[in-house]
Design a protein around this ligand. Structure first.
Ligand SMILES: [Zn+2]
Length: 79
């Protein structure tokens, strides 16, 4: 029998290996679709206190800026 998960946002069951799953703070977060994951994550993000968010937000932004910078450099080299 195939193991199924239940979407935390809408309750829809979905087979293992599909959907979006995260493991955060020892909890498995399981969503049947990206949009359900997005709703949940947005709720979670907005419920965090701003001072808890400032540093990780800065770090993640910096990481993505670096990635974008690198891919721009790669694109320039190809031309
Ligand atoms: Zn769902």
């Amino acid at each position: 029998m195939q193991e199924t998960h239940e979407c935390l946002t809408c309750g829809r069951p979905f087979p293992r290996g599909q959907g979006v799953t995260f493991s955060v703070s020892g909890k498995n977060l399981e969503f049947h679709s990206k949009s359900c994951a997005y709703s949940f994550m947005r709720e979670l993000l907005y419920s965090l206190k701003e001072d808890c968010l400032t540093l990780p937000l800065r770090e993640v932004l910096a990481k993505y800026e670096e990635k974008l910078e690198q891919s721009k450099k790669k694109a320039e080299k190809k031309i």
